[in-house]
Design a protein around this ligand. Sequence first.
Ligand SMILES: Cc1ncc(COP(=O)(O)O)c(C=O)c1O
Length: 406
Amino acid sequence: MMTAEDKKILERFPLLINSDIVYLDSAATTQKPAEVLKAVDDYYKTSNANPLRGLYELSVKATDIYEEARKKTADFINASSDEIVFTRNATESLNLIAYSYALNTLKPGDEVVVSIAEHHSNMLPWQFACKKTGAVLRYAECTKEGLLTPNMLEKLLTDKTKIVAIAQVSNVFGCENDIQSFVSLVHEKGAVFVCDGAQSVPHMKVDVRALGVDFMAFSGHKMYAPMGIGVLYTKKEILENMDPFLYGGEMIEYVTTEGATYAEVPHKFEAGTVNAGGAAGLSKAIDFINDIGFDYIEKRESYLSELMMTELRKIPHVNIIGDDNPSNHHGIVTFTVDDVHPHDIAAILDSDKIAVRAGHHCAQPLLKYLGVMSTARASMAVYNNSDDVMRFAESVKSLRKRLGYN
Ligand SMILES: Cc1ncc(COP(=O)(O)O)c(C=O)c1O
């Protein structure tokens, strides 16, 4: 039964409160609270001008909003403002590292290590950088629960390892890797550690200094902010020595017909007109998360994962993929149903107004490694409640019968 507390949170999300959709695709993108939508609206209604360019009051106001968002993002992950580059999304952040760091650092024969469980966005940029430079891309295996253990990683590290790129939380399993241990092993080899935080930053307190990572990439739209604003954290001493990613307006200090000098970090990495409206929304999304608190978010997502796994385990022919422990799912439950293609699972659930993702989840090498073609994935966020889970479970229970199986 939905509690008064559940309802209070749900009421902050206009799309959800105005429909009877059970939204279980938050790992793809979250719904947005009214205060985030209002922050974007207010930015365009009261403060819009091209930030960082004009010397007039309105442009200064837009710049202040944009830079306040940077400071808030930095505080949120315990970084400093000049270590935060705004991008479009986690994918762009990871590509920025590949272009501006990897292409200039890697030499033929050097090694880059990723895990087989990575999202394509944390795999393809490294395939590209290795092809361009002659470096070798090595894949660490993972357990059948999707985890990479420090031992599995250590086996792959050599004196040639220069970059290791691993997700903190898997988008397929929801399990959490021990990033701190990985970072110690990687730094012992003199390599840098890139953390894909797309599925961790929205769900748990992430402290980049405590973790010791050199880079951390994440997307605003997976943490209640609008689409089109992403984040790249980079340790300042590394960022200052990186070449620009894109070239043009905003990222320069001085330009002649012969060449240019570049702006200080982080502006050197933000060429062209920036997404100030998106930054205003991200700033409010961080306020929203801070207001609710990670203690509450983690407890709630763990409770909902447990309820969902308990209900799914009662249904014959349903197979849950990943760790048996619900607190290591961070709201993500991936499953298959015997004889039913995951696309049919999603289509039937959709006819009951339940939104889940089906397919390879942008992790084709992982699914091949596990020997499954595709799966269905239900992923939850703070606005979900036990009613959502029970409606989902009822629908899954009826699936096989509706397709003519018993
Ligand atoms: C683990 C992980 N990394 C990277 C990404 C890419 O995020 P985006 O599409 O916002 O760039 C995703 C998106 O699902 C993800 O789950």
